[in-house]
Design a binder for this molecule. Structure first.
Ligand SMILES: C[S@@+](CC[C@H](N)C(=O)[O-])C[C@H]1O[C@@H](n2cnc3c(N)ncnc32)[C@H](O)[C@@H]1O
Length: 407
Protein backbone atom coordinates (compact mmCIF):
# COMPACT_ATOMS: atom_id res chain seq x y z
CA UNK A 1 0.00 0.00 0.00
CA UNK A 2 2.72 2.44 1.07
CA UNK A 3 4.83 1.42 -1.94
CA UNK A 4 1.88 1.98 -4.28
CA UNK A 5 1.33 5.49 -2.90
CA UNK A 6 5.02 6.32 -3.27
CA UNK A 7 5.04 5.12 -6.85
CA UNK A 8 2.04 7.28 -7.69
CA UNK A 9 3.71 10.30 -6.10
CA UNK A 10 6.93 9.71 -8.01
CA UNK A 11 4.94 9.56 -11.22
CA UNK A 12 3.57 13.03 -10.39
CA UNK A 13 0.02 11.79 -9.77
CA UNK A 14 -1.94 13.04 -6.77
CA UNK A 15 -2.64 10.10 -4.47
CA UNK A 16 -6.01 10.10 -2.72
CA UNK A 17 -5.22 10.57 0.98
CA UNK A 18 -5.98 7.47 3.02
CA UNK A 19 -8.30 9.41 5.32
CA UNK A 20 -10.38 10.61 2.33
CA UNK A 21 -10.74 6.99 1.18
CA UNK A 22 -11.66 5.94 4.71
CA UNK A 23 -14.37 8.60 4.91
CA UNK A 24 -15.71 7.84 1.43
CA UNK A 25 -15.80 4.08 2.01
CA UNK A 26 -17.20 4.36 5.54
CA UNK A 27 -20.50 2.63 6.06
CA UNK A 28 -22.46 2.20 9.26
CA UNK A 29 -25.44 -0.15 9.25
CA UNK A 30 -25.48 0.00 5.46
CA UNK A 31 -25.54 3.82 5.33
CA UNK A 32 -23.01 4.98 2.79
CA UNK A 33 -21.15 8.27 2.91
CA UNK A 34 -22.48 11.06 0.71
CA UNK A 35 -19.77 13.13 -0.95
CA UNK A 36 -20.36 16.62 -2.26
CA UNK A 37 -17.85 19.10 -3.67
CA UNK A 38 -18.16 22.61 -2.32
CA UNK A 39 -15.69 25.32 -3.35
CA UNK A 40 -13.35 22.63 -4.68
CA UNK A 41 -13.31 20.75 -1.36
CA UNK A 42 -14.90 17.33 -0.77
CA UNK A 43 -17.45 17.27 2.04
CA UNK A 44 -18.16 13.77 3.44
CA UNK A 45 -21.51 13.29 5.17
CA UNK A 46 -22.28 10.31 7.37
CA UNK A 47 -22.88 9.36 10.97
CA UNK A 48 -19.19 8.57 11.45
CA UNK A 49 -19.51 8.15 15.19
CA UNK A 50 -22.36 7.95 17.65
CA UNK A 51 -22.36 7.83 21.40
CA UNK A 52 -24.17 4.48 21.27
CA UNK A 53 -21.99 2.80 18.73
CA UNK A 54 -18.95 2.58 20.94
CA UNK A 55 -19.02 3.24 24.66
CA UNK A 56 -16.37 5.72 25.76
CA UNK A 57 -14.35 5.19 28.92
CA UNK A 58 -16.14 6.51 32.00
CA UNK A 59 -13.10 8.64 32.87
CA UNK A 60 -14.40 11.10 30.27
CA UNK A 61 -17.61 11.76 32.17
CA UNK A 62 -17.06 15.24 33.48
CA UNK A 63 -19.04 18.08 32.00
CA UNK A 64 -17.59 21.05 30.16
CA UNK A 65 -19.31 23.57 27.93
CA UNK A 66 -18.91 22.85 24.19
CA UNK A 67 -16.88 19.69 24.74
CA UNK A 68 -16.92 17.08 22.01
CA UNK A 69 -17.65 13.39 22.44
CA UNK A 70 -14.61 11.12 22.91
CA UNK A 71 -15.73 9.23 19.79
CA UNK A 72 -14.65 12.23 17.68
CA UNK A 73 -10.93 12.21 18.57
CA UNK A 74 -11.04 8.37 18.75
CA UNK A 75 -12.16 8.23 15.10
CA UNK A 76 -9.18 10.24 13.84
CA UNK A 77 -6.62 8.86 16.32
CA UNK A 78 -7.48 5.35 15.18
CA UNK A 79 -7.13 6.18 11.48
CA UNK A 80 -4.27 8.67 11.47
CA UNK A 81 -1.84 7.52 14.17
CA UNK A 82 -0.21 4.43 15.62
CA UNK A 83 0.78 3.37 19.13
CA UNK A 84 3.27 5.79 20.70
CA UNK A 85 2.48 8.62 18.24
CA UNK A 86 1.94 12.09 19.59
CA UNK A 87 -1.56 13.63 19.64
CA UNK A 88 -2.13 17.29 20.58
CA UNK A 89 -5.10 19.54 21.36
CA UNK A 90 -4.31 23.29 21.62
CA UNK A 91 -7.87 24.01 22.97
CA UNK A 92 -8.35 20.99 25.20
CA UNK A 93 -11.23 22.16 27.47
CA UNK A 94 -12.01 19.20 29.73
CA UNK A 95 -9.20 17.26 27.98
CA UNK A 96 -11.21 14.93 25.74
CA UNK A 97 -8.46 14.60 23.11
CA UNK A 98 -5.46 14.09 25.43
CA UNK A 99 -7.40 11.61 27.59
CA UNK A 100 -8.65 9.62 24.60
CA UNK A 101 -5.15 9.68 23.05
CA UNK A 102 -3.68 8.38 26.29
CA UNK A 103 -6.33 5.65 26.57
CA UNK A 104 -5.35 4.57 23.05
CA UNK A 105 -1.64 4.34 23.92
CA UNK A 106 -0.57 7.60 22.29
CA UNK A 107 1.57 10.34 23.82
CA UNK A 108 -0.86 13.09 24.88
CA UNK A 109 -0.19 16.81 24.65
CA UNK A 110 -2.85 19.25 25.80
CA UNK A 111 -3.11 23.00 26.15
CA UNK A 112 -5.82 25.50 27.01
CA UNK A 113 -5.46 29.18 27.84
CA UNK A 114 -7.52 28.51 30.98
CA UNK A 115 -5.42 26.74 33.66
CA UNK A 116 -8.66 25.10 34.82
CA UNK A 117 -8.32 22.69 31.88
CA UNK A 118 -5.08 21.16 33.14
CA UNK A 119 -6.71 20.78 36.58
CA UNK A 120 -9.57 18.87 34.94
CA UNK A 121 -7.35 16.75 32.70
CA UNK A 122 -4.14 15.85 34.54
CA UNK A 123 -5.72 13.77 37.34
CA UNK A 124 -7.55 11.59 34.81
CA UNK A 125 -4.27 10.85 33.02
CA UNK A 126 -2.99 9.53 36.32
CA UNK A 127 -6.01 8.14 38.17
CA UNK A 128 -5.44 7.01 41.77
CA UNK A 129 -6.96 3.86 43.31
CA UNK A 130 -10.41 4.49 44.81
CA UNK A 131 -9.25 3.31 48.27
CA UNK A 132 -6.60 6.07 48.35
CA UNK A 133 -9.27 8.65 47.54
CA UNK A 134 -11.52 7.25 50.30
CA UNK A 135 -8.63 7.31 52.81
CA UNK A 136 -7.76 10.91 51.95
CA UNK A 137 -11.40 12.03 52.21
CA UNK A 138 -11.52 10.50 55.70
CA UNK A 139 -8.27 12.24 56.69
CA UNK A 140 -9.35 15.76 55.66
CA UNK A 141 -10.29 18.12 58.49
CA UNK A 142 -13.77 19.20 57.36
CA UNK A 143 -14.18 21.95 59.96
CA UNK A 144 -13.89 25.54 58.75
CA UNK A 145 -13.53 28.35 61.26
CA UNK A 146 -13.28 31.35 58.91
CA UNK A 147 -15.97 33.52 57.32
CA UNK A 148 -17.77 32.06 54.32
CA UNK A 149 -18.68 34.18 51.28
CA UNK A 150 -22.27 35.13 52.09
CA UNK A 151 -23.31 35.52 48.41
CA UNK A 152 -22.47 31.85 47.79
CA UNK A 153 -25.23 30.87 50.22
CA UNK A 154 -27.51 31.42 47.21
CA UNK A 155 -26.13 28.10 45.92
CA UNK A 156 -25.04 26.21 49.03
CA UNK A 157 -26.37 25.43 52.50
CA UNK A 158 -24.12 27.13 55.09
CA UNK A 159 -22.77 23.81 56.41
CA UNK A 160 -22.11 22.59 52.85
CA UNK A 161 -20.25 25.81 52.03
CA UNK A 162 -18.16 25.42 55.21
CA UNK A 163 -17.14 21.95 54.00
CA UNK A 164 -16.28 23.32 50.54
CA UNK A 165 -14.16 26.02 52.21
CA UNK A 166 -12.51 23.39 54.42
CA UNK A 167 -11.57 21.46 51.27
CA UNK A 168 -10.18 24.60 49.61
CA UNK A 169 -8.15 25.29 52.74
CA UNK A 170 -6.87 21.70 52.79
CA UNK A 171 -5.75 21.90 49.13
CA UNK A 172 -4.12 25.31 49.66
CA UNK A 173 -2.29 24.09 52.74
CA UNK A 174 -1.03 20.98 50.91
CA UNK A 175 0.23 23.17 48.06
CA UNK A 176 1.92 25.52 50.51
CA UNK A 177 3.67 22.61 52.21
CA UNK A 178 4.78 21.13 48.85
CA UNK A 179 2.74 18.02 49.78
CA UNK A 180 0.05 18.35 47.08
CA UNK A 181 -0.07 14.94 45.39
CA UNK A 182 -2.02 12.99 42.74
CA UNK A 183 -4.81 12.23 45.23
CA UNK A 184 -5.30 15.91 46.10
CA UNK A 185 -5.22 16.64 42.37
CA UNK A 186 -7.94 14.02 41.80
CA UNK A 187 -10.14 15.30 44.65
CA UNK A 188 -9.86 18.89 43.36
CA UNK A 189 -10.89 17.73 39.86
CA UNK A 190 -13.95 15.89 41.18
CA UNK A 191 -14.91 18.80 43.46
CA UNK A 192 -14.70 21.21 40.51
CA UNK A 193 -17.24 19.01 38.80
CA UNK A 194 -19.60 18.61 41.72
CA UNK A 195 -19.95 22.29 42.65
CA UNK A 196 -23.22 23.05 40.89
CA UNK A 197 -25.80 21.07 38.98
CA UNK A 198 -29.39 20.01 39.00
CA UNK A 199 -29.46 16.87 41.15
CA UNK A 200 -28.53 15.82 44.72
CA UNK A 201 -25.27 14.51 43.21
CA UNK A 202 -23.99 18.11 43.34
CA UNK A 203 -23.12 20.35 46.31
CA UNK A 204 -25.58 23.08 45.23
CA UNK A 205 -29.31 23.52 45.25
CA UNK A 206 -30.99 22.97 41.83
CA UNK A 207 -29.34 25.26 39.28
CA UNK A 208 -28.12 25.27 35.67
CA UNK A 209 -26.37 22.15 34.31
CA UNK A 210 -22.90 21.65 35.81
CA UNK A 211 -21.01 23.11 32.84
CA UNK A 212 -22.67 26.51 33.25
CA UNK A 213 -22.54 28.41 36.53
CA UNK A 214 -25.43 30.83 36.99
CA UNK A 215 -24.60 34.31 38.27
CA UNK A 216 -25.61 35.08 41.86
CA UNK A 217 -28.49 37.24 40.59
CA UNK A 218 -29.70 34.53 38.20
CA UNK A 219 -29.55 31.92 40.97
CA UNK A 220 -31.60 34.16 43.28
CA UNK A 221 -34.26 34.24 40.56
CA UNK A 222 -34.13 30.44 40.13
CA UNK A 223 -34.51 29.95 43.90
CA UNK A 224 -37.43 32.38 44.05
CA UNK A 225 -39.23 30.84 41.09
CA UNK A 226 -38.83 27.30 42.44
CA UNK A 227 -39.46 28.27 46.07
CA UNK A 228 -36.24 26.49 47.04
CA UNK A 229 -33.48 26.84 49.62
CA UNK A 230 -30.09 25.08 49.35
CA UNK A 231 -30.29 21.74 51.18
CA UNK A 232 -27.34 20.40 53.19
CA UNK A 233 -25.15 17.97 51.21
CA UNK A 234 -22.60 15.36 52.28
CA UNK A 235 -19.59 16.72 50.40
CA UNK A 236 -17.24 13.78 51.08
CA UNK A 237 -19.89 11.21 50.12
CA UNK A 238 -20.60 13.03 46.84
CA UNK A 239 -16.87 13.16 46.04
CA UNK A 240 -16.45 9.46 46.74
CA UNK A 241 -19.49 8.45 44.70
CA UNK A 242 -18.38 10.44 41.65
CA UNK A 243 -14.81 9.11 42.03
CA UNK A 244 -16.14 5.55 42.02
CA UNK A 245 -18.18 6.28 38.87
CA UNK A 246 -15.21 7.83 37.04
CA UNK A 247 -12.77 5.14 38.12
CA UNK A 248 -15.20 2.32 37.29
CA UNK A 249 -13.61 1.50 33.94
CA UNK A 250 -10.20 3.11 34.39
CA UNK A 251 -7.10 1.14 33.54
CA UNK A 252 -4.42 1.12 36.27
CA UNK A 253 -2.18 3.50 34.33
CA UNK A 254 -3.46 5.74 31.57
CA UNK A 255 -0.69 7.98 30.29
CA UNK A 256 2.88 7.39 31.22
CA UNK A 257 3.99 10.20 28.92
CA UNK A 258 2.06 13.41 28.58
CA UNK A 259 2.54 17.18 28.50
CA UNK A 260 -0.14 19.61 29.67
CA UNK A 261 0.23 23.37 29.85
CA UNK A 262 -1.68 26.67 29.81
CA UNK A 263 -0.89 29.13 27.03
CA UNK A 264 -2.57 30.82 24.12
CA UNK A 265 -2.71 28.35 21.22
CA UNK A 266 -0.96 30.93 19.02
CA UNK A 267 2.36 30.67 20.89
CA UNK A 268 3.38 27.31 22.35
CA UNK A 269 7.17 27.14 22.67
CA UNK A 270 6.60 24.19 25.05
CA UNK A 271 6.22 21.97 21.95
CA UNK A 272 9.23 21.12 19.78
CA UNK A 273 8.99 21.77 16.02
CA UNK A 274 7.67 18.88 13.88
CA UNK A 275 7.02 16.71 16.95
CA UNK A 276 3.25 16.15 16.69
CA UNK A 277 1.62 13.45 14.52
CA UNK A 278 -1.99 14.54 14.86
CA UNK A 279 -3.94 17.53 16.18
CA UNK A 280 -7.61 17.05 17.10
CA UNK A 281 -9.13 20.28 18.33
CA UNK A 282 -12.15 22.51 18.48
CA UNK A 283 -11.56 26.26 18.94
CA UNK A 284 -13.98 28.69 20.57
CA UNK A 285 -16.67 29.46 17.97
CA UNK A 286 -16.61 33.27 17.57
CA UNK A 287 -18.02 34.64 20.86
CA UNK A 288 -20.79 32.05 21.19
CA UNK A 289 -19.79 30.45 24.51
CA UNK A 290 -19.02 32.70 27.50
CA UNK A 291 -16.31 30.45 28.95
CA UNK A 292 -15.32 32.97 31.64
CA UNK A 293 -18.89 33.37 32.93
CA UNK A 294 -19.61 29.65 32.68
CA UNK A 295 -16.57 28.79 34.75
CA UNK A 296 -16.60 31.60 37.35
CA UNK A 297 -17.50 29.35 40.27
CA UNK A 298 -15.00 26.65 39.27
CA UNK A 299 -12.34 29.38 38.98
CA UNK A 300 -13.26 30.65 42.47
CA UNK A 301 -12.82 27.15 43.89
CA UNK A 302 -9.50 26.72 42.06
CA UNK A 303 -8.20 30.16 43.11
CA UNK A 304 -8.18 31.53 39.53
CA UNK A 305 -9.36 34.94 38.34
CA UNK A 306 -11.45 34.32 35.19
CA UNK A 307 -11.20 38.01 34.19
CA UNK A 308 -7.42 37.65 33.96
CA UNK A 309 -7.54 34.70 31.53
CA UNK A 310 -7.29 35.90 27.89
CA UNK A 311 -9.94 33.59 26.43
CA UNK A 312 -10.42 34.22 22.70
CA UNK A 313 -13.79 35.88 22.04
CA UNK A 314 -14.30 37.24 18.52
CA UNK A 315 -17.66 38.63 17.47
CA UNK A 316 -16.42 39.59 14.00
CA UNK A 317 -15.85 36.53 11.75
CA UNK A 318 -12.85 38.28 10.13
CA UNK A 319 -11.16 38.73 13.51
CA UNK A 320 -11.92 35.10 14.33
CA UNK A 321 -10.41 33.94 11.01
CA UNK A 322 -7.27 36.01 11.71
CA UNK A 323 -6.99 34.33 15.15
CA UNK A 324 -7.44 30.88 13.58
CA UNK A 325 -4.74 31.69 11.00
CA UNK A 326 -2.29 32.57 13.80
CA UNK A 327 -3.14 29.26 15.48
CA UNK A 328 -2.71 27.33 12.21
CA UNK A 329 0.71 28.95 11.66
CA UNK A 330 1.74 27.62 15.08
CA UNK A 331 0.24 24.20 14.34
CA UNK A 332 2.15 24.07 11.04
CA UNK A 333 5.30 24.57 13.15
CA UNK A 334 4.62 21.76 15.63
CA UNK A 335 3.08 19.14 13.31
CA UNK A 336 5.59 16.98 11.45
CA UNK A 337 5.51 16.84 7.65
CA UNK A 338 2.92 14.19 6.74
CA UNK A 339 1.12 14.70 10.07
CA UNK A 340 -2.55 15.72 10.22
CA UNK A 341 -4.87 18.31 11.72
CA UNK A 342 -8.56 17.59 12.41
CA UNK A 343 -10.12 20.94 13.27
CA UNK A 344 -13.73 20.75 14.46
CA UNK A 345 -16.20 23.60 14.16
CA UNK A 346 -19.91 23.66 14.86
CA UNK A 347 -23.07 25.41 14.00
CA UNK A 348 -23.15 29.18 14.75
CA UNK A 349 -25.73 31.90 14.18
CA UNK A 350 -28.25 29.43 12.80
CA UNK A 351 -25.89 28.35 10.02
CA UNK A 352 -25.53 31.89 8.62
CA UNK A 353 -21.74 31.70 9.01
CA UNK A 354 -19.87 28.60 7.86
CA UNK A 355 -16.90 28.37 10.15
CA UNK A 356 -15.39 25.51 8.12
CA UNK A 357 -15.03 27.89 5.13
CA UNK A 358 -13.31 30.43 7.38
CA UNK A 359 -10.89 27.74 8.61
CA UNK A 360 -10.11 26.66 5.02
CA UNK A 361 -9.57 30.31 4.07
CA UNK A 362 -7.32 30.87 7.08
CA UNK A 363 -5.12 27.94 6.02
CA UNK A 364 -4.50 29.31 2.52
CA UNK A 365 -0.85 29.86 1.72
CA UNK A 366 0.27 27.83 4.75
CA UNK A 367 1.95 24.43 4.31
CA UNK A 368 -1.34 22.72 5.21
CA UNK A 369 -3.08 20.83 2.40
CA UNK A 370 -6.88 20.60 2.78
CA UNK A 371 -8.03 16.97 2.56
CA UNK A 372 -11.76 17.52 2.94
CA UNK A 373 -14.42 18.22 5.52
CA UNK A 374 -15.99 15.36 7.46
CA UNK A 375 -19.54 16.21 8.53
CA UNK A 376 -20.79 13.96 11.28
CA UNK A 377 -24.54 14.02 10.90
CA UNK A 378 -26.36 12.79 13.96
CA UNK A 379 -29.51 10.87 13.20
CA UNK A 380 -28.34 10.47 9.63
CA UNK A 381 -31.35 8.58 8.32
CA UNK A 382 -33.85 11.14 9.59
CA UNK A 383 -31.81 14.05 8.26
CA UNK A 384 -31.17 12.39 4.91
CA UNK A 385 -34.83 11.53 4.44
CA UNK A 386 -36.36 14.80 5.56
CA UNK A 387 -34.10 17.47 4.19
CA UNK A 388 -31.50 15.86 1.95
CA UNK A 389 -28.30 15.40 3.88
CA UNK A 390 -26.06 17.13 1.38
CA UNK A 391 -28.07 20.34 1.81
CA UNK A 392 -28.18 20.21 5.54
CA UNK A 393 -25.65 22.97 6.19
CA UNK A 394 -28.23 24.78 8.28
CA UNK A 395 -30.21 23.94 11.33
CA UNK A 396 -29.07 20.40 12.06
CA UNK A 397 -26.90 19.01 14.74
CA UNK A 398 -23.57 18.39 13.06
CA UNK A 399 -19.86 18.44 13.73
CA UNK A 400 -17.77 19.60 10.76
CA UNK A 401 -14.15 18.58 10.85
CA UNK A 402 -11.73 20.31 8.51
CA UNK A 403 -8.96 17.86 7.70
CA UNK A 404 -5.52 19.07 6.71
CA UNK A 405 -2.16 17.46 6.12
CA UNK A 406 1.15 19.16 6.94
CA UNK A 407 3.02 19.28 3.66
C1 LIG B 1 -14.80 24.41 22.19
S1 LIG B 1 -13.86 24.44 23.68
C2 LIG B 1 -12.91 22.97 23.52
C3 LIG B 1 -13.58 21.79 24.17
C4 LIG B 1 -12.77 20.52 24.09
N1 LIG B 1 -12.69 20.03 22.72
C5 LIG B 1 -13.39 19.47 24.98
O1 LIG B 1 -13.78 18.38 24.49
O2 LIG B 1 -13.56 19.75 26.18
C6 LIG B 1 -12.69 25.71 23.35
C7 LIG B 1 -11.65 25.93 24.44
O3 LIG B 1 -10.72 26.90 23.96
C8 LIG B 1 -10.18 27.57 25.09
N2 LIG B 1 -9.52 28.80 24.60
C9 LIG B 1 -10.07 30.00 24.36
N3 LIG B 1 -9.14 30.85 23.87
C10 LIG B 1 -7.98 30.15 23.79
C11 LIG B 1 -6.67 30.47 23.34
N4 LIG B 1 -6.36 31.68 22.87
N5 LIG B 1 -5.72 29.51 23.41
C12 LIG B 1 -6.00 28.27 23.91
N6 LIG B 1 -7.23 27.93 24.37
C13 LIG B 1 -8.22 28.84 24.29
C14 LIG B 1 -11.37 27.76 26.01
O4 LIG B 1 -10.95 27.97 27.34
C15 LIG B 1 -12.14 26.44 25.78
O5 LIG B 1 -11.80 25.52 26.78
Amino acid sequence: MTIAVRTARQAGAIATPAIATALRDFSLNGRKTLVEKRGGIDFYFNEFWTARQRQANRLHEISYRACFKPQLPAFFIERLTGLGDCVYDPFMGRGTTPLQAALMGRVAIGNDVNPLSAMLTRPRLNPPPLESVADRLRAIDWTFRGEVREDLLTFFHRRTLEKIEALRAHLKRREGEGAFDAIDDWIRMVALNRLTGHSPGFFSVYTLPPNQAASIAAQKRINFKRGQKPPERDVAAILLKKSAALLGGAPAAVARRHLLFSASAEATPQIAPASVDLVVASPPFLDVVPYAADNWLRCWFAGLDPAAIPIAMHRDPEDWAAFIRRVLIELARVVRPGGHIAFEVGEVRGGAIELESLVLGAAQGLPLAPLGVAVNVQDFTKTANCWGVANNAKGTNTNRIVLMRRE
